[in-house]
Design a protein around this ligand. Sequence first.
Ligand code: M6R
Length: 357
Amino acid sequence: EKGTYPHFMLKEIDEQPLALRRIIQEYQDEHDHLKLDQNIRETMKVCDRIYIIAAGTSYHAGLVGKQFLEKMAGIPAEVHVASEFSYNMPLLSDNPLFVFISQSGETADSRSVLVKIKEMGHPALTITNVAGSTLSREADYTLHLHAGPEIAVASTKAYTAQIAVLAILAVDTARAKGLELDFDPMRELGITANAMEVLTDQKEAIDELVRDNLGTTRNAFFIGRSTDYFVCLEAALKLKEISYIQAEGFAGGELKHGTIALIEEGTPVIALATQETVNYSIRSNVSEVVARGANDMIFSMKGLEQDTDAFVLPEVHELLTPLVSVVPMQLLAYYAALHRGCDVDKPRNLAKSVTVE
Ligand code: M6R
């Protein structure tokens, strides 16, 4: 039930800190060790490459997860859009593990890949919010998101839960392999849950940014580099899906290869700057678009901020920044849709679970 909330989406955005804390609880045993099915641990240890298969928002979570698996667990990983996988099937490694990420566990595009790779005899792990869903039943192993039911068509808390569970999986694997890690996942996720709460309390500030900058615009760009780029893809999808503003997420350095031609006087360009390594270069991309008339809004992380930034995010571990930077992006989409009188929870032409290919 929505309770006092006008929309499920807003309620689900607000539930994110709680969902994250639930994940911490569910994946930690009484000795503060990570709690994961031993079979999953063994499978992760022996696989030589991970193929992540997902669609939409879950695909965007996969892009972030790939980095965890490579940087923390030392396993090469690739991320595939489910509906494209069969046409361009990569050469598989000797011991592949397929990881399906799906809020609903019912996405037909992902299921058809699952059926195919099971026929080929490969192991599959599904990360889903719905226990007993098709993708969960048909895979060898399941990791639950524990995000609670997600009703709004626009996925919010499932995305952050997916990223959190992928981080836990990567750390667990690293530990099982005896790799040195300077990262305490439960501590960092706890700090992140608090930071998310700070952000969900700042709705008015985001609403004001929307009123001032996205009121009548026909299009908008989200730019970022490195991890921020992946969040930009998600931010653009969210905005398109519910407000019908044409939006694109772009890698900052790629703009000059064509897309910058679209920047006109007043075009909104939202930039994420949460990573120290790219703080300088993304800001120079912002100057390039501002020089062509763009209306910029920089969302930076505390410690990297400058006076002219539109919004400063509370600081979290650099690997977990998507969990906080996405929250104001979800709120931007929400208020943009609200002010345009769109049906926030049930956008046109879309279904919550896409059960056709
Ligand atoms: O249930 P799934 O995670 O498999 O769904 C995948 C996509 O259909 C879904 O994430 C979609 O992109 C959302 N509506 C985005 O908000």
